[in-house]
Each structure stands twice: as C-alpha cells, then as structure tokens.
Design a protein around this ligand. Structure first.
Ligand code: ACO
Length: 323
C-alpha cells in the first residue's frame, strides 16, 4: 500500500474591497480596455487598511476546516506560501496557528513567489509520505497591494490580494494513477533570471520596496516553461497531457493561460479561470482557483488536475493530483 496526500477540504477568502479596472483610469494613463485585452483582468480585491496576510490566511483556513469538517487541533502542520508576510518574523504560518487556537503541531512559511503554492504542496506531500504529519493545512496568502508602485502602470493594474487553503490528509492508495491525492510534482528554479521579476527592497536593505517586472520577458519564460513543467509532472506520474480533466493554472494573464492550454493540446473548457475576478494574487492564485472551481461545480471527486505556476526567481513547477 502507498501513502497518498489526499485533499480533505478547500476554502478561500477575498477582501471585501473590489477594485474594477476603471478605478485606475483616474490616476494612470491606462484603460479598462487595455488591461482586459492584454491580461484578461477585469477586477481585483484589495485588503483593507490594517488587514494583513495572516488575517486573509486565517479566514481561508477556517473555510477549509469547515469544508473538511475538522477542528484546528486535527491538523499536524501548517504551511503558508507567501512573499508578503505580516512581519519579517515570526512566520505568517505561526500567526495563523495562534489565530486558529491550534496548540499542537508545527507551522512555517514557504517563499517561491507566484510558484509558492506549488512548492508548498510538494513540501506538504513530502511531510505526509514521510509520516511527519497526517494532516497538513496548505495556504497561499498574499497582500501584493502593499508592494505596488502606484505610478507604474505596467505592474500595479495586474495584482490583487487574497488567500486560499487546502487540507491534505494521509490516506492509503493502491500506488497507481487511479489513487486520489498528489501523484507527482516537478519543481524548478533558475536564479540567473532574478532581475526580470523582483522587489527592490527587503530586510537587508531596510526597506519594503516595490515589485519590478520586465513583463515581456516573464511572459516569454512563462509560455516556454509552464506547459513543459506540467508535461514533466504528468510524465513522472505515468500520465499524458490528454489525461487531464482540469488545468488549474497560476492566474497571471489569460494569454499565458490560453498559450499553456494550447501547448498541452487541451481546450479552454478544461481550464479553471479566475484571473478576470482576482487579478494575479501570486501564491494565493492556485488555491483560490481550486476553491472557486469546486464551488462552481467544475472540479469533482476523482478528477485529474494539474496545477502549474511561475514566478520571481525565476521559480516554477507543477503538481499532478487526483481530487
Ligand atoms: N495601460 C496602458 N498601456 C500600458 C500599460 C497599462 N496598464 N502597461 C503597459 N502599457 C504600455 C507599455 O508602456 C507599452 O507601450 P509602448 O509600446 O509605447 O512602449 C505597451 O503598453 C505594450 O506593453 P508590453 O509590456 O509590450 O505589453 P504586453 O503585451 O507584454 O503585456 C503584460 C504586458 C500584461 C505585463 C504581460 O507582459 C504579462 O502578463 N507578463 C507576464 C506577467 C506574469 O506572468 N507574471 C507572473 C509572475 S508574477 C510573480 O511572480 C510575482
């Protein structure tokens, strides 16, 4: 028998304030038409003043616990994927742990920018199959509105805030592709590309900084790398691109999402798309899309999913799981 990390529950949280594209027209030389046509984004949510990443993560965690029918103390470990934690330390994950009233287990953050959730899922899977944890709460949570340069129209219209959470549980499988749970993963990074997507501040420079991006270059890497990593992860699982029921991609740009589906030979009606409503929420975008995909009735038990993402680093990867 094989131990599998199987999804037990999912949930999400979006801050109350919805910002349509038209709101940027007052302060920037931009338009709803440009943003929609070049990115697919129509609106995004921004956190309220004083509302932090761990607050968003805690709401999403509570939703996932309720969906799973579990209590906080049923969880052995919390991993939060984020690049926008409340404080330099402690981790957002330990804040969530305290907020949930969880008095056992362990919690830590993972930082791989927009690919963070794929890295966190892979770590959670490793904890479960190595018997370090029976149940892991994996959260992607971000407040990218806090690192936007509001004068830079090429970045500030693209990002949003939000959180999504997934609970993975150890279950016995057969050891073949019919098993529910995580079947394979593929992780990559290449630090030579660190200058095309970064924040120009940080702890060592004693500043917060703003997100800087060479959009065209990131776009080029995304188109080249996302279908390849999804394909590799599927191959590791012993599956083909055509076996996939749902691609659940990182939601950065509809043109990247369409390009990746096309390269994989899959139609858009097998892709969960939320970019129009959330913008790019970095590490939160995949768990948000999973939760919305379930709520819409798109993702159903036993469906074969592939998630894929690329972000600053560059860091990129994919996870294959049967829901
Ligand atoms: N409104 C109007 N015009 C704009 C805006 C705007 N908001 N932003 C840029 N422009 C202009 C540019 O200045 C440029 O004008 P010019 O031709 O006079 O120089 C023109 O529009 C075209 O700009 P491009 O950058 O060539 O536009 P492109 O089609 O490449 O789209 C975009 C830009 C949306 C950023 C795209 O490149 C993209 O999505 N890149 C990838 C982003 C991504 O995937 N990030 C994922 C990782 S994020 C993370 O890890 C944190």
């Amino acid at each position: 028998m094989t131990i599998r990390a199987v999804v037990r529950g999912v949930g999400h949280y979006l801050p109350e304030r919805v910002v349509p594209n038209s709101e940027f027209e007052a302060s920037l030389d931009t338009s709803d038409e440009w943003i929609k046509a070049r990115s697919g984004i129509e609106r995004r949510h921004f956190a309220a003043e004083g509302e932090t990443t761990s607050d968003l993560a805690t709401h999403a965690a509570r939703a996932a616990l309720a969906h799973a029918g579990l209590q906080a103390d049923d969880i052995d470990a919390i991993i939060v994927a984020t690049s926008t934690a409340d404080l330099t330390f402690p981790s957002a994950a330990t804040m969530v742990q305290a907020n949930l009233g969880m008095t056992r287990g362990f919690a830590f953050d993972v930082q791989a920018v927009c690919a963070g959730f794929v890295f966190a899922l892979t770590n959670a899977n490793a904890l479960i199959i190595s018997r370090q944890a029976q149940r892991v709460l994996v959260i992607g949570a971000e407040t990218f509105s806090r690192i936007m340069d509001w004068q830079d129209r090429s970045t500030c219209v693209l990002f949003g805030d939000g959180a999504g959470a997934l609970i993975l549980e150890a279950q016995q499988g057969q050891g073949d592709v019919s098993d529910r749970g995580i079947l394979a993963a593929d992780l990559n990074s290449d630090g030579r590309h660190r200058d095309i997507l970064y924040v120009d501040g940080g702890i060592s420079t004693q500043s917060t900084g703003f997100l800087r991006m060479e959009g065209k270059e990131v776009f080029r890497h995304a188109i080249e790398k996302l279908a390849a990593t999804a394909h590799t992860a599927l191959e590791k699982a012993g599956l083909k691109d055509s076996d996939v029921d749902w691609i659940v991609p990182h939601q950065a740009n509809i043109r990247i999402i369409q390009g990746t589906a096309k390269k994989m030979g899959l139609p858009m009606d097998r892709v969960v798309v939320t970019v129009q409503d959330h913008g790019n929420t970095s590490a939160a975008s995949i768990p948000l899309a999973l939760s919305v995909g379930v709520a819409r009735g798109q993702i159903k038990p036993n469906d074969l999913l592939v998630t894929e993402a690329i972000g600053g680093g560059l860091a990129w990867g994919a996870v294959v799981l049967r829901w």
